[in-house]
Design a protein around this ligand. Structure first.
Ligand code: PMP
Length: 337
């Protein structure tokens, strides 16, 4: 029998897909970790499970007993946390900026999250979704409830989940024949966890941060200073003003950074869907474009791995909506134009 137990058992062990056109264009092997195939639909299922299991190990939550998971998120972490919570008998309170895709918000409502929408605010503002979620968790704790604030940005159980699963899976799937890994960061959990796991096995392996416009993490890696310019329609990645704890935790393992604009990322999103049957979201588009940039820097014959964070269906109303794209002067997929 090859059976797993529930949502938790289904997390991880995603395929590593050879991206044909990116590989042919660069003479490298460009491989994408298919996180859009996770049970909750994104790479964040791993972090969500890791954070809740860590809280259970610490005795903060007990499966089957009342408990509340509170988090501020661009959506995907909230989806993962809510699904894990449902499977364990907890409630979830999920704080999201209303600017995130309608599909993610609808999905959160559909799966029973107590969804709290907030206005987008700078991180220093008390109304920022992260600060709001922390306040809600503190208030519930003060009322004597059993509650955790998942705190995906600062909670190192996030990166640890990737260090224990994503990184070792990539190493095993490539048989150790991997020269570089690149991916964008929201919390930095994926990048740091994978970097720590791969560098422990091969210190010469190159780790490159992929950053969207409007994020200051590219300049932080390049110069040590956080400076952000421009903007991006991608969701869940990029930090304008502060370095998340989970990214800081991987800094010593990050060799370089590349910056990718939206048109370059969208070209990958549209091409992969139309020509290879792989439907991805915007952050995955940034990652694939970054893998191509890294391949060009390194030259032919290298193997570069990246992450396909989530699927295109999560962004139908944005990345695949001609009116949304035209308004922003972005390319429209020819078959939808
Ligand atoms: N892509 C998407 C679509 C996401 O939702 C996230 C998480 N916010 C990321 C990438 C970044 O992952 P991480 O938090 O591990 O840096």
């Amino acid at each position: 029998m090859q059976v797993v137990d529930g949502f938790a058992g289904a997390v991880g062990n995603t395929p590593l897909i050879r991206l044909k056109r990116a590989s042919a264009a660069t003479g490298c092997e460009i491989l994408g970790k298919a996180e859009f195939m996770q049970p909750g639909g994104s790479v964040k299922d791993r972090a969500a499970l890791g954070i809740i299991e860590d809280a259970e190990r610490r005795g903060q939550l007990t499966p089957g007993e009342p408990g509340i998971v509170v988090e501020g998120t661009a959506g995907n972490t909230g989806i993962g946390l809510t699904l894990v919570a449902n499977a364990r008998g907890y409630q979830s309170i999920i704080v999201v900026p209303h600017t995130q895709s309608r599909e993610k918000l609808d999905f959160l409502r559909m799966i029973g999250a107590d969804l709290r929408l907030v206005d987008p605010k700078p991180l220093r503002d008390p109304g920022h979704y992260v600060n709001t979620s922390r306040r809600i968790a503190e208030q519930l704790a003060a009322e004597g409830k059993r509650v955790i604030w998942a705190n995906q940005f600062g909670n190192l159980a996030n990166a640890a989940a990737h260090e224990a699963t994503t990184g070792p899976e990539i190493w095993a799937q490539t048989g150790g024949r991997v020269d570089a890994f690149t991916c964008s960061c929201g919390t930095g959990g994926t990048l740091t966890g994978v970097a720590r796991a791969l560098k422990a096995r091969n210190p010469k392996l190159r780790i490159v941060l992929a950053d969207p416009m409007g994020s200051g993490m590219y300049s932080w890696i390049k110069t040590g200073e956080v400076k952000a310019e421009g903007n991006s329609i991608t969701e869940g990645i990029g930090q304008a003003s502060a370095v998340p704890g989970n990214l800081e935790h991987g800094r010593a393992f990050i060799d370089d950074a590349v910056q990718i604009d939206d048109p370059t990322a969208l070209e990958q999103v549209f091409d992969l869907q139309l020509h290879e049957g792989i439907s991805i979201g915007g952050s995955a588009g940034i990652n694939v474009a970054a893998a191509i940039a890294v391949a060009r820097q390194m030259g032919p014959g290298h193997t570069i791995v990246t992450v396909l964070c989530d699927g295109g269906a999560r962004y139908q109303s944005k990345l695949f909506n001609p009116a949304f794209l035209r308004e922003r002067g972005l390319p429209v997929p020819p078959w939808l134009a």
